[in-house]
Ligand binder design. Structure first.
Ligand SMILES: Cc1cc2nc3c(=O)[nH]c(=O)nc-3n(C[C@H](O)[C@H](O)[C@H](O)COP(=O)(O)OP(=O)(O)OC[C@H]3O[C@@H](n4cnc5c(N)ncnc54)[C@H](O)[C@@H]3O)c2cc1C
Length: 509
């Protein structure tokens, strides 16, 4: 598609704009339903033609600078693809129109919020239609909540709440999108007290697979309300999130960097941090990772710690503060100010994730760290290699929010602390894709199998940290997955979000 001029492309759209014959199937006919009745190109020509006819200013075609900017607005360079056209709606009504067009034309499509999900097809599409939310960046602040449209980043949300001295439960870096993170769960800096981002959504405005709009909350479509809490992009397109907010005029932060001699103590402090479980704890959370520079041999454990309030240094990170480090910087600031310094720019590198969950055990984690380092050494010649061992915490208190709030979420996490260990591996060139993937995938599953044998492993997989080969739904309670399938059947009987919007973590037939 790259070489097609906008003019030629429009002509081909016009030629192909006849509505194809439809053959809607029901989800009970699940294998047959997975077969599209219209091929990719025909569906896209039809949909791009219809969208261009109704919204000429909001449709981008290959060859324009704006198209290129949108088609590459991704964190992971691997996610750059070549859609037949890009639609940039400005309202929920236009999103609903677009979904109607997709189903009428049987057009395959992708949806993008902040563009941080890091693999091809999760948020972009070759030859289909990309619906991107860059034009929907609206918000409305209420006393104890905020309405947010899906073009907003978490920095936008924290900035909107800053004048009110309040915070929402959302992403830890600046440019992550609200919709993707909130629909898959959402790990925040206040996880121990308020749970996950999904647990703090009061209401969703949703466009269903037949183009109708519904409001979804505890009293309106409560079954779908539950399914959207962790169910990702399997049920509809969310055009508005209403998020709870909490008074938080200031936060206390710490940035602590260590060297390799501190790795074991750093891992031990991480385990103690997630195991500590108190209902009265101060709201706090972290980014914890160990970076290995294969060129210099340097290993750098890093803590970004945040807690509510003005206690300085932040008391929740005393275990880390006690470890001798290279540098430690403490500050009193606001969520907006803190996030402003934590960018994760688009097009950084090619990057593969991979993760599993385990009960915290510092000795086992330290052995895993050593194995990871040895495995990375085998691919040390890969250009631009940027390997990171990430330790995300999932405290028991976070799991208890869903157990006690009368709503729950699709994860059904048990009342126990977990470490979600993750390998995040960046590199420069496409020629190394298969090699890096083979190494990291094998390593991830090998370590998980050892943890399974020693009883430490858990089945849970977080979509935000997972590799594209992993199946998070296999780690949710089977009865929850069954219930999600029934809810999908009820709200998307046409299978729009399975057949036509097939990228990302899908529930499957
Ligand atoms: C650098 C970095 C830092 C991260 N930090 C955190 C963190 O602090 N906490 C955490 O929990 N996770 C984190 N993640 C993971 C992150 O939450 C996911 O990648 C998430 O999907 C990003 O949301 P997005 O809107 O930017 O993603 P996108 O890539 O735009 O979307 C992700 C998925 O959601 C779908 N989608 C997008 N908008 C909608 C919508 N309105 N309706 C229905 N479906 C939609 C897309 O089609 C896609 O499948 C991080 C990821 C990266 C790369």
């Amino acid at each position: 598609m790259k070489s097609l001029s906008p003019l030629l492309h429009l002509a081909s759209l016009a030629l192909g704009s006849t509505t194809p014959s439809l053959n809607h199937r029901t989800r009970n006919d699940s294998c047959a339903a997975a077969v599209s009745t219209v091929d990719l190109q025909t569906g896209a020509k039809c949909a791009c033609g219809k969208l261009s006819a109704s919204y000429s200013d909001l449709v981008l075609l290959p060859g324009s600078a704006n198209y290129t900017a949108q088609a590459t607005a991704y964190w992971d360079i691997r996610a750059d693809l070549d859609p037949a056209c890009i639609f940039l709606p400005t309202s929920a009504a236009q999103v609903a129109d677009a979904v109607s067009v997709f189903t009428t034309c049987q057009a395959q499509f992708a949806v993008r919020g902040g563009g941080h999900m890091n693999y091809p097809g999760s948020n972009n599409i070759d030859g289909g239609v990309l619906l991107a939310f860059s034009n929907m960046k609206d918000y409305k602040v209420h006393n104890d909540s905020i309405d947010v449209t899906p073009g907003m980043t978490w920095y936008d949300v924290y900035s909107a709440l800053d004048p009110y001295g309040r915070a929402a439960i959302g992403g830890r870096l600046k440019t992550i999108g609200v919709p993707g993170l909130t629909l898959i769960g959402g790990v925040s800096y206040f996880i121990n007290k308020y749970g996950f981002a999904m647990d703090n959504v009061l209401s969703y405005d949703v466009v269903l697979g037949n183009g109708t709009q519904v409001i979804v909350n505890a009293t309106s479509h409560p079954d779908l309300f539950w399914a959207l809490k962790g169910g990702a992009n399997n049920f509809g397109i969310v055009t508005k999130f209403t998020l709870k907010t909490y008074p938080m005029p200031h936060i206390s932060t710490t940035i602590q960097q260590f060297n390799e001699t501190a790795v074991y103590e750093f891992i031990k402090a991480t385990c103690n941090w997630v195991i500590a479980d108190s209902e009265t704890a101060i709201a706090a959370g972290s980014v914890l990772d160990i970076t290995y520079n294969v060129t210099t041999g340097d290993v750098s454990p890093l803590l970004l710690g945040v807690q509510a309030g003005i206690s300085n240094p932040p008391s929740m990170f005393a275990n880390f503060t006690a470890i001798p480090g290279v540098s430690k910087t403490n500050n009193i600031t606001t969520s907006k100010q803190w996030a402003s310094n934590l960018d994760s720019p688009k097009q950084m590198f090619r990057v593969l994730f991979g993760m599993h969950a385990m009960y915290p055990d510092p000795n086992v984690l330290y052995t895993m760290y050593q194995t990871w380092k040895s495995a990375i050494d085998t691919i040390a010649d890969v250009a631009g290699l940027y390997p990171t061992f990430v330790l995300n915490i999932s405290p028991a208190s976070a799991a208890r929010i869903a157990q006690t709030n009368g709503i729950g979420n699709v994860w059904g996490l048990a009342d126990e602390p977990l470490i979600w260990w993750q390998f995040s591996t960046g590199w420069a060139n496409a020629e190394d894709d298969l090699r890096v993937e083979a190494c990291i995938r094998q390593l991830t599953e090998h370590l998980h199998s050892i943890n399974k044998a020693n009883g430490l492993a858990r089945d849970f997989i977080y979509m935000g940290d997972a590799g594209e080969w992993q199946d998070p739904f296999a780690g949710f309670p089977a009865e929850n997955v069954q219930r999600m399938r029934e809810i999908r059947e009820k709200y998307d009987p046409l299978g729009t979000f399975m057949r036509l919007n097939w990228g990302g973590f899908k529930l499957g037939v």
